[in-house]
Design a binder for this molecule. Structure first.
Ligand SMILES: O=C(O)[C@H](CS(=O)(=O)O)OP(=O)(O)O
Ligand SMILES: [Mg+2]
Length: 241
């Protein structure tokens, strides 16, 4: 099987190039980690939205749905939203059974851009081994779509892509990859066992640390904490039955 890695939102192939492939969208810091955590804690659905204005509009148009509003701009809470973009905010007590409208700078854009694939998985370090096992089972070609940060390469998303390649190889999948995939796999293997160091070293990790969000970094670096396989389908991220 062929598994190509794309480093930023801007590199995600157009819908016609994703057709026939499975996509995996990664934004370790922090959108996909937060989405996975919210769903693991019982959120009904997470709807990736491009702008805060659109989120307010969807909520206003659907008062019966009782949407929570989540996300960030410049890494902080959007005025009028319920929660920001920290996975630690999305506790079971707050999100169980609730649908969430979610907009972030990089991650939700990446998810929306990957929509043309046959199936779109949402991944982060927490569920990367589980996603790799599922990809090995499917034996379909894969596009690993890293969100990156502000349209630039990011260390943490690349390492997560590398983790998926590493665990695919561990599952015995015969994988061919692109140059970005080779770099990603080597990066993960270099930092396997000390992913917290890598997340702290990353540019975005340092920015979040300066905002006092060190706990988010520790949380987002936990490899294999979850086995869920969230999919983006019909405009929302859900856990399939
Ligand atoms: O909240 C985050 O960690 C980032 C914010 S930014 O990159 O500093 O603008 O958003 P995300 O979409 O989760 O990368
Ligand atoms: Mg990010």
């Amino acid at each position: 099987m062929r598994v190509d890695v794309y480093p930023t939102v801007l590199n995600i192939p157009p819908a016609e190039d994703l057709a026939g492939r499975v996509a995996v969208v990664i934004d370790v810091l922090r959108a996909t980690t937060t989405i996975c955590t919210a769903l693991a804690n019982g959120a009904d659905t997470v709807v990736p939205i491009l702008t805060p204005e659109e989120a307010f509009q969807v909520a206003a148009d659907n008062p019966d749905r009782m949407f929570l509003l989540g996300g960030e701009r410049k890494a902080v809470l959007i005025p009028g939203f319920n929660y920001g973009n920290s996975p630690l905010e999305y506790t079971e007590a707050r999100v169980k059974g609730r649908p969430i409208l979610f907009t972030t700078t990089n991650g939700t854009r990446a998810i929306r851009r990957a929509a043309g694939a046959d199936r779109v998985y949402i991944a982060c370090l927490l569920n990367a081994p589980a996603v790799a096992r599922e990809l090995a089972r499917l034996e379909q070609d894969v596009a690993i779509c890293c969100a990156g940060t502000h349209d630039q390469f990011s260390l943490e998303d690349t390492a997560c892509a590398g983790a998926i390649l590493h665990f695919l190889a561990a599952a015995g999948a015969p994988v061919e990859t692109n140059d970005m995939g080779v770099v990603a796999r080597d990066l993960f293997r270099e930092y396997d066992g000390r992913l917290g160091d890598l997340v702290h070293l990353s540019e975005h990790g340092q920015r979040l640390a300066k905002l006092g969000l060190q706990e988010d970094l520790l949380f987002c670096a936990q490899l294999g904490r979850l086995t869920i396989l969230p999919v983006f389908t019909e405009g929302q991220v859900v856990l399939p039955d």
